[in-house]
Ligand binder design. Sequence first.
Ligand SMILES: Cc1cc2nc3c(=O)[nH]c(=O)nc-3n(C[C@H](O)[C@H](O)[C@H](O)COP(=O)(O)O)c2cc1C
Length: 321
Amino acid sequence: MLPAILQNLRIPVVASPMFIVSGPELVIAQCKAGIVGSFPALNAREKDGEPALLESWLTRITEELDRHNQANPDHPAAPFAVNQIVHRSNARLERDIEICHRHKVPIWITSLGARPEVNQAAHDCGGIALHDIINNMFAKKAIEKGADGLIAVAAGAGGHAGPQSPFALIQEIREWFEGPLLLSGSIATGRAVLAAQAMGADLAYIGSPFIATEEANAQPEYKQMICDAGAMDIVTSSLFTGVSGNYLAPSIRNAGLDPDDLDSADTSAMNFSQGASKAKAWSQIWGSGQGIGAVRDVVPAATRIDRLASEYADAKRAICG
Ligand SMILES: Cc1cc2nc3c(=O)[nH]c(=O)nc-3n(C[C@H](O)[C@H](O)[C@H](O)COP(=O)(O)O)c2cc1C
Protein backbone atom coordinates (compact mmCIF):
# COMPACT_ATOMS: atom_id res chain seq x y z
CA MET A 1 0.00 0.00 0.00
CA LEU A 2 1.42 3.36 -1.03
CA PRO A 3 1.48 6.15 1.57
CA ALA A 4 -1.38 8.60 0.94
CA ILE A 5 1.02 11.29 -0.26
CA LEU A 6 2.08 9.15 -3.26
CA GLN A 7 -1.45 8.17 -4.24
CA ASN A 8 -3.63 10.12 -6.65
CA LEU A 9 -0.81 11.41 -8.84
CA ARG A 10 -1.89 12.03 -12.44
CA ILE A 11 0.60 9.34 -13.52
CA PRO A 12 2.83 7.27 -11.22
CA VAL A 13 5.92 9.44 -11.69
CA VAL A 14 8.34 11.28 -9.41
CA ALA A 15 10.60 13.77 -11.21
CA SER A 16 14.09 13.19 -9.84
CA PRO A 17 16.26 15.90 -8.27
CA MET A 18 19.11 17.06 -10.53
CA PHE A 19 22.21 18.98 -9.44
CA ILE A 20 22.08 22.57 -10.80
CA VAL A 21 19.19 21.69 -13.21
CA SER A 22 16.22 21.46 -10.79
CA GLY A 23 15.00 24.67 -9.15
CA PRO A 24 11.66 26.16 -8.10
CA GLU A 25 10.42 26.90 -11.67
CA LEU A 26 10.80 23.26 -12.72
CA VAL A 27 9.43 21.85 -9.45
CA ILE A 28 6.34 24.10 -9.53
CA ALA A 29 5.65 23.18 -13.19
CA GLN A 30 6.03 19.45 -12.46
CA CYS A 31 3.74 19.54 -9.41
CA LYS A 32 1.08 21.64 -11.17
CA ALA A 33 1.08 19.13 -14.04
CA GLY A 34 0.36 16.31 -11.57
CA ILE A 35 3.66 14.54 -10.83
CA VAL A 36 5.96 14.90 -7.81
CA GLY A 37 8.61 17.56 -8.50
CA SER A 38 11.89 17.66 -6.61
CA PHE A 39 15.18 19.53 -6.21
CA PRO A 40 18.45 18.97 -4.32
CA ALA A 41 18.66 21.27 -1.26
CA LEU A 42 22.24 22.03 -2.33
CA ASN A 43 20.98 23.75 -5.50
CA ALA A 44 19.77 26.65 -3.35
CA ARG A 45 23.17 28.33 -2.90
CA GLU A 46 23.24 31.82 -1.45
CA LYS A 47 26.34 34.02 -1.39
CA ASP A 48 28.29 34.28 1.89
CA GLY A 49 26.42 36.39 4.43
CA GLU A 50 23.07 36.29 2.58
CA PRO A 51 19.96 34.63 4.07
CA ALA A 52 19.43 30.94 3.27
CA LEU A 53 18.09 30.67 -0.29
CA LEU A 54 16.50 27.32 0.63
CA GLU A 55 14.06 29.23 2.89
CA SER A 56 12.81 31.43 0.05
CA TRP A 57 12.63 28.53 -2.43
CA LEU A 58 10.47 26.51 -0.01
CA THR A 59 8.24 29.51 0.75
CA ARG A 60 7.77 30.21 -2.97
CA ILE A 61 7.01 26.58 -3.89
CA THR A 62 4.53 26.17 -1.02
CA GLU A 63 2.73 29.45 -1.72
CA GLU A 64 2.48 28.92 -5.50
CA LEU A 65 1.18 25.38 -5.08
CA ASP A 66 -1.34 26.55 -2.44
CA ARG A 67 -2.57 29.25 -4.83
CA HIS A 68 -2.88 26.67 -7.62
CA ASN A 69 -4.87 24.35 -5.35
CA GLN A 70 -7.30 27.09 -4.34
CA ALA A 71 -7.89 28.00 -8.00
CA ASN A 72 -8.05 24.37 -9.22
CA PRO A 73 -9.77 22.26 -6.54
CA ASP A 74 -10.48 19.56 -9.17
CA HIS A 75 -6.83 19.35 -10.30
CA PRO A 76 -4.72 19.92 -7.20
CA ALA A 77 -0.94 19.98 -7.54
CA ALA A 78 1.12 16.92 -6.66
CA PRO A 79 3.33 17.18 -3.55
CA PHE A 80 7.00 18.16 -3.85
CA ALA A 81 10.21 16.57 -2.59
CA VAL A 82 13.59 17.85 -1.41
CA ASN A 83 16.78 15.83 -1.88
CA GLN A 84 19.44 15.77 0.85
CA ILE A 85 22.95 14.62 -0.04
CA VAL A 86 23.86 12.69 3.11
CA HIS A 87 27.63 12.75 2.61
CA ARG A 88 30.28 13.82 5.14
CA SER A 89 31.46 16.62 2.82
CA ASN A 90 27.98 18.24 2.88
CA ALA A 91 28.61 20.79 5.62
CA ARG A 92 25.08 22.24 5.23
CA LEU A 93 23.19 19.05 5.98
CA GLU A 94 22.16 19.90 9.56
CA ARG A 95 21.06 23.43 8.63
CA ASP A 96 19.12 22.19 5.58
CA ILE A 97 17.37 19.50 7.64
CA GLU A 98 16.28 22.12 10.16
CA ILE A 99 14.88 24.36 7.38
CA CYS A 100 13.04 21.49 5.65
CA HIS A 101 11.63 20.35 9.00
CA ARG A 102 10.35 23.85 9.76
CA HIS A 103 8.73 24.11 6.29
CA LYS A 104 7.16 20.64 6.74
CA VAL A 105 8.58 19.25 3.49
CA PRO A 106 6.23 16.36 2.60
CA ILE A 107 8.71 14.05 0.78
CA TRP A 108 12.41 13.72 1.66
CA ILE A 109 14.78 12.00 -0.79
CA THR A 110 18.17 10.99 0.62
CA SER A 111 21.21 10.01 -1.45
CA LEU A 112 24.79 8.91 -0.84
CA GLY A 113 24.25 7.80 2.75
CA ALA A 114 21.37 6.56 4.94
CA ARG A 115 21.11 8.22 8.37
CA PRO A 116 18.37 7.51 10.96
CA GLU A 117 18.27 11.15 12.15
CA VAL A 118 17.36 12.41 8.64
CA ASN A 119 14.49 9.89 8.43
CA GLN A 120 13.42 10.89 11.93
CA ALA A 121 13.33 14.57 10.95
CA ALA A 122 11.12 13.72 7.95
CA HIS A 123 8.73 11.73 10.16
CA ASP A 124 8.65 14.39 12.89
CA CYS A 125 7.22 16.95 10.46
CA GLY A 126 4.69 14.53 8.96
CA GLY A 127 6.74 13.64 5.87
CA ILE A 128 8.06 10.41 4.35
CA ALA A 129 11.65 9.51 3.48
CA LEU A 130 12.70 7.74 0.28
CA HIS A 131 16.32 6.59 0.00
CA ASP A 132 18.12 5.89 -3.26
CA ILE A 133 20.17 2.72 -3.55
CA ILE A 134 22.01 0.79 -6.28
CA ASN A 135 21.86 -2.74 -4.86
CA ASN A 136 19.89 -5.02 -2.54
CA MET A 137 22.41 -4.73 0.32
CA PHE A 138 22.10 -0.93 0.47
CA ALA A 139 18.31 -1.32 0.15
CA LYS A 140 18.18 -3.48 3.31
CA LYS A 141 20.41 -1.04 5.22
CA ALA A 142 18.23 1.92 4.20
CA ILE A 143 15.05 0.28 5.51
CA GLU A 144 16.83 -0.82 8.73
CA LYS A 145 17.76 2.82 9.29
CA GLY A 146 14.15 3.97 8.99
CA ALA A 147 13.51 4.96 5.36
CA ASP A 148 9.87 4.50 4.29
CA GLY A 149 10.60 3.68 0.68
CA LEU A 150 13.35 2.94 -1.83
CA ILE A 151 14.48 4.39 -5.13
CA ALA A 152 16.21 1.63 -7.09
CA VAL A 153 18.79 3.35 -9.29
CA ALA A 154 19.52 0.92 -12.12
CA ALA A 155 21.98 0.89 -15.02
CA GLY A 156 21.49 3.67 -17.55
CA ALA A 157 20.37 6.33 -15.05
CA GLY A 158 21.62 9.91 -15.25
CA GLY A 159 23.89 11.13 -12.47
CA HIS A 160 25.30 8.43 -10.20
CA ALA A 161 23.85 5.37 -11.94
CA GLY A 162 23.96 1.85 -10.58
CA PRO A 163 25.53 -1.06 -12.48
CA GLN A 164 22.59 -3.48 -12.22
CA SER A 165 19.79 -4.35 -14.62
CA PRO A 166 16.44 -2.95 -13.42
CA PHE A 167 14.92 -6.46 -13.70
CA ALA A 168 17.50 -7.92 -11.28
CA LEU A 169 17.36 -5.01 -8.85
CA ILE A 170 13.56 -4.77 -8.56
CA GLN A 171 13.11 -8.54 -8.36
CA GLU A 172 15.62 -8.92 -5.49
CA ILE A 173 14.13 -6.02 -3.51
CA ARG A 174 10.53 -7.19 -4.03
CA GLU A 175 11.44 -10.58 -2.47
CA TRP A 176 11.45 -8.94 0.97
CA PHE A 177 10.10 -5.37 0.63
CA GLU A 178 6.44 -4.53 0.10
CA GLY A 179 6.72 -0.78 0.71
CA PRO A 180 7.00 2.10 -1.78
CA LEU A 181 9.51 1.25 -4.50
CA LEU A 182 10.54 3.63 -7.28
CA LEU A 183 12.59 2.67 -10.34
CA SER A 184 15.20 5.03 -11.76
CA GLY A 185 17.16 4.79 -14.98
CA SER A 186 16.39 5.65 -18.64
CA ILE A 187 12.61 5.91 -18.20
CA ALA A 188 11.49 8.47 -20.79
CA THR A 189 8.12 7.31 -22.17
CA GLY A 190 4.69 6.47 -20.74
CA ARG A 191 5.21 2.90 -21.96
CA ALA A 192 8.39 2.66 -19.86
CA VAL A 193 6.48 3.97 -16.80
CA LEU A 194 4.00 1.10 -17.24
CA ALA A 195 6.92 -1.33 -17.71
CA ALA A 196 8.41 -0.20 -14.39
CA GLN A 197 5.10 -1.04 -12.72
CA ALA A 198 4.87 -4.40 -14.52
CA MET A 199 8.34 -5.20 -13.17
CA GLY A 200 7.20 -4.59 -9.58
CA ALA A 201 7.94 -0.91 -8.96
CA ASP A 202 5.17 1.42 -7.78
CA LEU A 203 6.40 4.55 -9.50
CA ALA A 204 8.90 5.68 -12.11
CA TYR A 205 11.66 8.16 -11.18
CA ILE A 206 12.53 10.34 -14.19
CA GLY A 207 15.35 12.86 -14.57
CA SER A 208 17.11 13.45 -17.89
CA PRO A 209 13.99 14.10 -20.05
CA PHE A 210 13.26 17.13 -17.82
CA ILE A 211 16.61 18.72 -18.72
CA ALA A 212 15.07 19.47 -22.14
CA THR A 213 12.31 21.65 -20.70
CA GLU A 214 11.90 25.41 -20.67
CA GLU A 215 11.91 25.53 -16.86
CA ALA A 216 15.15 23.54 -16.37
CA ASN A 217 18.14 25.54 -15.14
CA ALA A 218 20.49 24.40 -17.92
CA GLN A 219 22.30 26.13 -20.78
CA PRO A 220 20.42 26.04 -24.13
CA GLU A 221 23.33 23.99 -25.58
CA TYR A 222 22.88 21.35 -22.86
CA LYS A 223 19.12 21.15 -23.55
CA GLN A 224 19.79 20.82 -27.29
CA MET A 225 22.42 18.11 -26.72
CA ILE A 226 19.81 16.06 -24.81
CA CYS A 227 17.51 16.36 -27.87
CA ASP A 228 20.25 15.42 -30.36
CA ALA A 229 21.86 12.53 -28.44
CA GLY A 230 20.93 8.88 -27.86
CA ALA A 231 22.07 6.00 -25.70
CA MET A 232 25.28 5.55 -27.70
CA ASP A 233 26.37 9.06 -26.71
CA ILE A 234 26.36 8.29 -22.98
CA VAL A 235 29.64 7.32 -21.29
CA THR A 236 30.15 6.08 -17.74
CA SER A 237 33.01 7.58 -15.74
CA SER A 238 34.06 8.18 -12.12
CA LEU A 239 36.46 10.99 -13.11
CA PHE A 240 34.12 13.94 -12.53
CA THR A 241 32.76 13.24 -9.03
CA GLY A 242 34.64 10.19 -7.71
CA VAL A 243 31.58 7.95 -8.18
CA SER A 244 30.57 6.20 -11.38
CA GLY A 245 28.13 8.40 -13.31
CA ASN A 246 26.70 8.81 -16.82
CA TYR A 247 27.60 11.80 -19.04
CA LEU A 248 27.07 13.12 -22.55
CA ALA A 249 30.17 12.24 -24.60
CA PRO A 250 29.90 15.36 -26.84
CA SER A 251 30.16 17.61 -23.72
CA ILE A 252 33.32 15.75 -22.66
CA ARG A 253 34.78 16.27 -26.16
CA ASN A 254 33.86 19.98 -26.02
CA ALA A 255 35.83 20.22 -22.76
CA GLY A 256 38.92 18.92 -24.57
CA LEU A 257 38.87 15.37 -23.16
CA ASP A 258 38.59 12.02 -24.93
CA PRO A 259 35.41 10.27 -23.68
CA ASP A 260 36.89 6.90 -24.72
CA ASP A 261 40.04 7.40 -22.66
CA LEU A 262 39.12 8.93 -19.29
CA ASP A 263 41.05 8.40 -16.06
CA SER A 264 39.09 7.22 -13.04
CA ALA A 265 38.85 8.80 -9.60
CA ASP A 266 37.97 7.22 -6.25
CA THR A 267 35.38 8.25 -3.69
CA SER A 268 37.88 10.48 -1.84
CA ALA A 269 37.33 12.93 -4.74
CA MET A 270 33.67 13.46 -3.70
CA ASN A 271 33.08 16.95 -2.36
CA PHE A 272 29.70 18.60 -1.80
CA SER A 273 30.95 21.60 0.16
CA GLN A 274 29.83 25.08 -0.93
CA GLY A 275 31.79 26.25 -4.00
CA ALA A 276 33.77 23.00 -4.34
CA SER A 277 36.40 23.65 -7.00
CA LYS A 278 35.74 20.32 -8.75
CA ALA A 279 32.08 21.26 -9.29
CA LYS A 280 33.22 24.44 -11.02
CA ALA A 281 35.90 22.71 -13.08
CA TRP A 282 33.41 20.15 -14.41
CA SER A 283 30.47 22.51 -14.97
CA GLN A 284 30.73 22.01 -18.74
CA ILE A 285 30.53 18.20 -18.39
CA TRP A 286 26.84 17.40 -18.66
CA GLY A 287 25.12 14.43 -17.02
CA SER A 288 22.41 12.34 -18.66
CA GLY A 289 20.85 8.89 -18.56
CA GLN A 290 20.56 6.58 -21.58
CA GLY A 291 16.82 7.11 -22.20
CA ILE A 292 17.10 10.42 -24.06
CA GLY A 293 16.63 8.91 -27.52
CA ALA A 294 12.93 9.53 -26.78
CA VAL A 295 13.51 13.27 -26.21
CA ARG A 296 13.50 15.32 -29.41
CA ASP A 297 12.48 18.85 -28.45
CA VAL A 298 12.71 21.43 -25.69
CA VAL A 299 9.16 21.98 -24.39
CA PRO A 300 7.43 23.26 -21.25
CA ALA A 301 7.57 20.63 -18.47
CA ALA A 302 3.75 20.43 -18.61
CA THR A 303 3.91 19.37 -22.29
CA ARG A 304 6.45 16.63 -21.48
CA ILE A 305 4.14 15.41 -18.68
CA ASP A 306 1.02 15.57 -20.94
CA ARG A 307 2.86 13.35 -23.44
CA LEU A 308 3.94 10.89 -20.73
CA ALA A 309 0.33 10.75 -19.49
CA SER A 310 -1.19 10.06 -22.91
CA GLU A 311 1.51 7.48 -23.78
CA TYR A 312 0.89 5.80 -20.42
CA ALA A 313 -2.87 5.65 -21.07
CA ASP A 314 -2.31 4.27 -24.62
CA ALA A 315 0.13 1.63 -23.36
CA LYS A 316 -2.28 0.58 -20.62
CA ARG A 317 -5.11 0.23 -23.13
CA ALA A 318 -2.94 -1.69 -25.61
CA ILE A 319 -1.51 -4.11 -23.04
CA CYS A 320 -4.20 -4.38 -20.37
CA GLY A 321 -7.22 -4.08 -22.70
C1 LIG B 1 22.22 16.11 -14.50
C2 LIG B 1 21.82 15.21 -13.38
C3 LIG B 1 22.05 15.60 -12.07
C4 LIG B 1 21.66 14.76 -11.01
N1 LIG B 1 21.83 15.20 -9.72
C5 LIG B 1 21.34 14.46 -8.69
C6 LIG B 1 21.39 14.96 -7.35
O1 LIG B 1 21.87 16.06 -7.07
N2 LIG B 1 20.88 14.17 -6.36
C7 LIG B 1 20.33 12.95 -6.62
O2 LIG B 1 19.86 12.29 -5.69
N3 LIG B 1 20.28 12.46 -7.89
C8 LIG B 1 20.75 13.18 -8.91
N4 LIG B 1 20.67 12.70 -10.20
C9 LIG B 1 20.11 11.35 -10.44
C10 LIG B 1 18.59 11.37 -10.51
O3 LIG B 1 18.09 11.56 -9.20
C11 LIG B 1 17.99 10.06 -11.08
O4 LIG B 1 18.47 8.93 -10.43
C12 LIG B 1 18.23 9.94 -12.57
O5 LIG B 1 18.07 11.17 -13.21
C13 LIG B 1 17.27 8.95 -13.21
O6 LIG B 1 17.73 8.52 -14.47
P1 LIG B 1 17.35 9.27 -15.84
O7 LIG B 1 18.11 10.54 -15.83
O8 LIG B 1 17.82 8.31 -16.87
O9 LIG B 1 15.87 9.48 -15.85
C14 LIG B 1 21.05 13.50 -11.28
C15 LIG B 1 20.82 13.14 -12.62
C16 LIG B 1 21.18 13.97 -13.66
C17 LIG B 1 20.90 13.57 -15.07
